[in-house]
Design a protein around this ligand. Structure first.
Ligand code: MRU
Length: 344
């Protein structure tokens, strides 16, 4: 399985997800600004992966800081965290990770600055290792919902590429496959950024998991043909009541699933749950460039100058979600109570 992101002797190396699967090229981030740029350009993407990139970005930023004392160091670290957080607003894992790094700095303010920088680097590496372990746990909790012979629909890429490795929704699918269940996956192409076409189809083929690619608009027809037994998606931010922001188009898939009596599961680590917000209405939705909609690659398809609507995410209300699979267990409705139990 491909390494999405890793710390090496030069800084942080990540696989460029904008050009996969045609080319396997790695990006080297030596400064926190390199990392902010890689996140904004979606060379690294997917909520948990962005969280890890955020933690690594803070560690890179800490290394660059020249400061005489802790207060001066922390002021500069705060600027680093804010710049990283501003790159993509919807996935809560980013601010979750930068907040975690800030707290580590504050809790260890007594250390000499070089030691503190080393500690931040070590802790960022732990964020990566913990994410991979969390994905494995999620897979173990979630695979009970997949039976031998099932066909699963997924939307976007919630795989190894969207995480430190293994994946959330695809992690659950991977465990079922490793257990020997004969499963098949339909992957929505995921317009406009094509994470399904470029990343999910590629990841599953690499693992030998049978996958069929379909355009987003085919999901309803597929369900009407009785071809889909369950849907599993990832999440970018889950409100305390279970409302879930995920890749644009997820909401439509959830309603289609409900109409066809198909269970709809969300798989996400606890770090994706934003207990500070009570409903999905409070989730900021990132707007992305018009070019993602008007162009395919560098070719303009739309009439020049047309107005464009390009939100990167939508919110699926909790009533459409059968269960939320986390690294601490599975929550079913009522989500306010049952998600809170997992947190304790
Ligand atoms: O815009 P992206 O590609 O970062 O969006 C990613 C998604 O919406 C994923 O489904 C979500 O982050 C879950 S990833 C484990």
């Amino acid at each position: 399985m491909v390494k999405t992101i890793e710390w090496n002797a030069h800084g942080v190396r990540l696989i460029d997800q904008t050009i996969l699967p045609q080319q396997k090229i790695f990006v080297e981030c030596k400064t926190y600004k390199d990392m902010a740029e890689a996140i904004s350009r979606m060379q690294i993407r997917g909520a948990p992966a962005i969280g890890i990139a955020g933690a690594f970005g803070v560690a890179l930023g800490a290394r660059q800081i020249q400061a005489g004392d802790f207060d001066d160091f922390y002021r500069q670290l705060d600027v680093v965290c804010r710049e990283l957080n501003a790159t993509r607003p919807t996935a809560v894992n980013l601010s979750w990770a930068t907040d975690k790094m800030r707290k580590i700095a504050l809790d260890n303010k007594h250390l000499p600055l070089q030691q503190l920088k080393d500690l931040l680097e070590a802790k960022a590496k732990e964020v990566l290792a913990e994410d991979i372990a969390a994905n494995r746990r999620m897979g173990a909790y979630g695979c009970q919902f997949i039976k031998d012979g099932d066909t699963i629909l997924t939307h976007c890429n919630a795989g190894a590429l969207a995480t430190g490795g293994y994946g959330t929704a695809l992690g659950v699918i991977r465990v079922a496959h490793e257990e020997g269940k004969k499963i098949q996956v339909y992957a929505d192409e995921t317009r406009p950024f094509m994470q399904g076409t470029r990343l999910t189809a590629w990841e599953l083929m690499e693992d030998g998991i049978p996958v069929t690619l379909n355009t987003d608009s085919m999901a309803g027809y597929l369900m009407s043909l009785g071809k889909i037994n369950l849907v599993i998606v990832g999440a970018d931010r889950i409100a305390g009541n279970g409302d879930t922001a995920n890749k644009i188009g997820t909401y439509s898939v959830a309603i289609l699933a409900k109409e066809h009596g198909i269970p709809f599961y969300v798989a996400a680590p606890l770090s994706t749950i934003d207990f500070k917000i009570r409903s999905g209405q409070q989730i900021e939705i990132e707007a992305r460039s018009e070019k993602e909609v008007t162009h395919v690659g560098n070719t303009l398809l739309a009439p020049a100058g047309v107005k464009v609507f390009n939100p990167a995410f939508d919110v699926t209300p909790n009533k459409y979600i059968t269960a939320i699979i986390t690294d601490k267990g599975v929550a079913k409705p009522p989500y306010v109570e049952n998600l809170a139990k997992l947190r304790d």
